[in-house]
Design a protein around this ligand. Structure first.
Ligand SMILES: Nc1ncnc2c1ncn2[C@@H]1O[C@H](COP(=O)(O)OP(=O)(O)OP(=O)(O)O)[C@@H](O)[C@H]1O
Ligand SMILES: [Mg+2]
Length: 457
């Protein structure tokens, strides 16, 4: 889990984002607590001066000017009735009212101020509000207007009306939660999408590079990669492309040198064959001619393998079923026991001669080491499997990888007089891999080997 570079980078970004958001949120909650301000205002002259200003406006100007002073927290009103009953005022309220009256030089005995609820911790109040809201126990009053009345103040005007001031407590209303958490959530969401996009953009060329290096390491043919992503990544891709090109040319040179040597050895072998004709002892002569023939075969096989003659073949569209069918017919004509369960046409793009050679090598092995062969194709949405089943002894798991190497044969085959060069499987594998595929060797449950050519569609 989270082994991929992209997942780890996204996790890192998210951890960094959430911890900063949490820090900012905590600072915001504790450093900008409005309760502090309200509590100071209540103790000080703030609301008393507001009432004084309101009275001034109502007496010397209009009601409209008074309402212009309204804020979300403080609302002024002019009505025929008082806002509250003054009979049950607490001792603190009485003190506050006296202080208010002093602002009017004791000219306004009707001026009072009354606190309705204690000031609570903002975060705690918000939690209680949210809990009530979620459990559905929120009072109808709070639902309609989630502001709680914190305090009120009133003065009887000269015309008998009442000037009122209501200070709301915003603490129960998590408006600040909405105004902080909502943008945070939106920002986080956008940021996550952005981070995923950027991280994918950074890491996808790396994944492609790793995939290609992996394929190339296994001997598959790969196309040079398009340098993309950040500069460092582009440099790595360019370096990989250069290495890929260089390795191909080194391989090519080596193969050509090997082919040239094998080819040139054939000339002295021919003259040795001619000279051998003069050997009088028939047994010795037979022995030497046999050895010369064996060496010639080795040289020929080496030239073919080294040059990979069919590699220069161009990619083509062809029907794979017909290709295998005609191959099996040819092999039947050579009296090899091969059957093919041909079904419908399978359009395929690749190098038909090379593929024919690979399939033929595996079928011939099946016949050589497993008596008779049955070929069938299994097709899925993304792959194509060509099964070549025989009835021989199969190949032990420990031997499988080795037998794919050039000139490698199992001990029993080595002892066989009819033995080949040990190149059939090596050639088949390099052809199949150059098509982006793979060969699997599975021992069949009862007897024999199932050599499977898996090709991508
Ligand atoms: N179907 C099979 N059943 C059992 N053993 C097999 C089978 N196919 C291949 N082998 C073993 O793998 C070895 C390598 O096979 P490969 O086709 O590469 O070489 P070869 O058949 O010996 O020679 P060449 O194909 O070059 O004439 C064989 O010698 C044989 O021992
Ligand atoms: Mg073979």
């Amino acid at each position: 889990m989270l082994k991929k570079l992209s997942s780890q980078m996204i996790l890192l970004v998210l951890v960094a984002l959430f911890s900063t958001q949490l820090l900012i949120f905590t600072i915001f909650v504790f450093e900008t607590d409005e309760n502090d301000i309200v509590s100071k205002n209540l103790q000080g002259e703030h609301f008393q001066l507001k009432m004084k200003a309101a009275l001034n406006i109502i007496e010397h100007s209009s009601e409209q000017h008074l309402y212009a002073m309204n804020t979300y927290r403080v609302e002024f009103s002019v009505g025929n009735k008082p806002l509250y009953d003054v009979t049950h005022m607490s001792a603190t309220d009485k003190v506050r009212s006296i202080q208010l009256q002093q602002q009017f030089n004791d000219q306004q005995p009707s001026a009072t101020m009354r606190q309705f609820k204690p000031i609570e911790n903002r975060l705690y109040a918000a939690m209680v509000y949210l809990k009530d809201q979620l459990s559905g126990t929120l009072t109808a009053e709070l639902k309609n207007d989630p502001r709680n009345i914190l305090m009120q103040s009133q003065i009887r005007l000269s015309d008998g009306k009442w000037l009122g001031m209501t200070v709301f407590d915003l603490h129960n209303f998590p408006i600040w939660i909405r105004s902080t958490v909502k943008p945070m959530a939106i920002f986080t969401f956008i940021f996550i999408i952005f981070a995923v996009f950027v991280v994918k953009r950074l890491t996808s060329p790396l994944a492609e590079l790793a995939d290609n290096a992996h394929k190339f390491g296994k001997g598959h043919a790969i196309a040079p990669l398009e340098p993309r992503g950040p500069e460092d990544m582009q440099n790595a891709i360019v370096a990989f492309n250069t290495m890929h090109k260089r390795l191909l040319s080194v391989n090519d040179h080596r193969a050509r040198a090997l082919a040239a040597i094998s080819h040139d050895i054939r000339t002295p072998l021919t003259s040795m064959r001619l000279n051998a004709e003069y050997i009088t002892d028939a047994d010795v002569q037979h022995n030497i001619l046999e050895k010369i023939e064996e060496m010639e075969q080795i040289c020929e096989a080496t030239v073919t393998f080294a040059l990979k003659d069919s590699w220069s073949e161009k990619n083509k569209h062809f029907d794979l079923t017909s290709l295998i069918e005609s191959l099996c017919c040819d092999l039947n004509a050579q009296e090899l026991d091969v059957s093919f369960d041909a079904q419908h046409k399978i359009p395929f793009q690749g190098r038909p001669i090379a593929l024919k050679r690979a399939i033929s090598n595996l079928i011939k092995n099946g016949v050589d080491y497993g008596h008779r062969v049955n070929v069938f194709i299994v097709q899925s949405t993304s792959t194509l499997e060509i099964h070549i089943e025989d009835e021989g002894n199969g190949i032990p798991d420990s031997e499988k990888e080795r037998l794919f190497e050039p000139f490698e044969r199992s001990e029993q085959s080595r002892n066989r007089s009819s033995g080949g060069m040990g190149l059939g499987m090596a050639i088949a594998r390099s052809v199949v891999r150059s098509h982006g595929g793979e060969i699997e060797l599975n021992n069949r449950p009862i007897k024999g080997l199932d050599a499977v050519i898996i090709l991508p569609l």
